[in-house]
Design a binder for this molecule. Structure first.
Ligand SMILES: NC(=O)c1ccc[n+]([C@@H]2O[C@H](COP(=O)([O-])OP(=O)(O)OC[C@H]3O[C@@H](n4cnc5c(N)ncnc54)[C@H](OP(=O)(O)O)[C@@H]3O)[C@@H](O)[C@H]2O)c1
Length: 367
């Protein structure tokens, strides 16, 4: 590992891009060297390009304000020559994002992506760092396909998944889950919006988020899949059905989960499941990565805190990188029901991508 890595943010003016800027402001390993966005922003000082769209609680960092924004699609080779890797979070058509991320990778610039475009490319790892870090071992196969020495693409999963899959995956390791019914209640920042830019969401609930239910049903099986040869083969063991809602919450996705185990003769107790959550340590905790939450999963018991996890008490735990679970209890139609939540633009988006970059760095993939 080097002492310092130069990074670029592609889509720096967007909601997720702004989160990257705040998260990387005092990062011990990374320095933001390049900001890039659409041709609308290119050539402008960052503070002018982002203007009134700046939606973070803190001001734009001093060293970022006057950086000139580059053109994310025209300046690929220039950017690749200036940085060790890029974070990518752009709002473009899926096939355009796919091609753009491959251009960066082929220019020998690793890409850590928030976009969904490559989530189902078989040799692109889709990582929740605590759950499936072993999938990084597919990167040599991807480099072979792309004909690169350094360049590759690694992605994080959809933000809503981070609110419920970690809790299920930890239990699933020892007690395989057969099927689950999940309903997600997703914050407006997940659509890149605030209450100012989306006033219709005040006192409202929309029972539809385009494409999101499919992502929530399909992506978990890639995360739980196995490397076979030169690809990650999704698991077919867990069946999830999902309904998604957009709710009037600024940040924080919540999920209600009903689930049943495969082995009906070996169902763990509530206490056993809560204990597994509390004690779970993943690779980020073992490696002491800068953005790893000290405790991955926080547990609220039904006896002590039946009204938790709430958005306002739980979303900022450990810098918004922890998952919170509660209300685990017997169900009449499934084995159990529960509630789980996480911060969608921290753990679910930019924070999850920074943690993924830290894992990649610690494992030597950024050298
Ligand atoms: N928000 C979340 O919680 C969340 C969570 C997980 C994943 N994501 C994903 O992350 C990505 C970005 O989301 P967001 O919410 O940050 O979107 P956003 O606020 O709309 O920002 C979009 C960014 O993309 C740039 N862009 C748009 N068109 C472009 C083009 N033709 N060429 C280059 N750059 C272009 C924009 O630049 P200009 O300002 O110059 O237009 C801006 O920087 C999306 O793929 C989204 O699905 C978002």
């Amino acid at each position: 590992m080097k002492d310092n890595y130069k990074v670029g943010i592609i889509g720096a003016t967007g909601m997720v891009g702004q989160r990257f800027i705040t998260l990387l402001a005092n990062h011990p390993w990374y320095t933001v060297e390049v900001l890039a966005a659409s041709p609308r922003s290119a050539g402008k000082a960052y503070k002018d390009a982002v203007g009134a769209k700046w939606a973070m609680d803190t001001d734009i960092p001093e060293n970022i304000k006057d950086m000139v924004v580059l053109n994310a699609t025209e300046d690929v080779d220039k950017i690749a020559g200036m940085v060790d890797f890029v974070f990518c979070a752009v709002d473009m058509k899926k096939d355009e994002i796919k091609a753009l991320e491959e251009r960066y990778a082929k220019a020998e610039c690793p890409v850590v992506s928030n976009n969904s475009a490559h989530r189902h490319t078989p040799d692109v790892p889709m990582i929740i760092p605590e759950i499936n870090p072993e999938h990084l071992e597919i990167i040599p196969a991807q480099r072979e396909r792309l004909n690169t020495k350094r360049g590759f693409i690694a992605v994080k999963s959809n933000c809503s998944l981070q609110s419920y899959l970690p809790a299920m995956a930890v239990v699933n390791e020892k007690y395989p889950i057969d099927h689950a019914l999940v309903t997600t209640y997703q914050a407006i920042s997940g659509a890149g919006k605030t209450f100012t830019t989306w006033p219709e969401m005040v006192d409202n609930l929309i029972p539809y988020i385009g494409g999101e239910e499919m992502k929530s049903e399909v992506e978990p099986n890639k995360v739980l899949g196995k490397i076979e040869g030169k690809e990650i083969v999704p698991s077919d063991a867990l069946s999830i059905e999902c309904q998604t809602y957009r709710v009037p919450v600024s940040n924080g996705h919540t999920a209600a989960i009903f689930f049943s185990f495969k082995d009906r003769n070996n169902i763990p107790s509530v206490e056993k499941i809560e204990d597994m959550w509390r004690k779970y340590e993943g690779e980020p905790q073992r490696l002491g990565l800068p953005h790893a939450p000290k405790r991955f999963i926080h547990v609220y018991t039904e006896d002590e805190a039946p009204d938790q996890p709430q958005i306002k008490t739980a979303r900022e735990i450990d810098g918004g990188m922890a998952i919170s679970c509660g209300r685990l209890r017997k169900s009449t139609q499934y084995d159990y029901k529960m509630v789980s939540m996480s911060h969608n633009t921290l753990r679910g988006a930019a924070g999850g991508a920074v943690l993924l970059a830290e894992l990649l760095t610690a494992k030597g993939y950024m050298d």
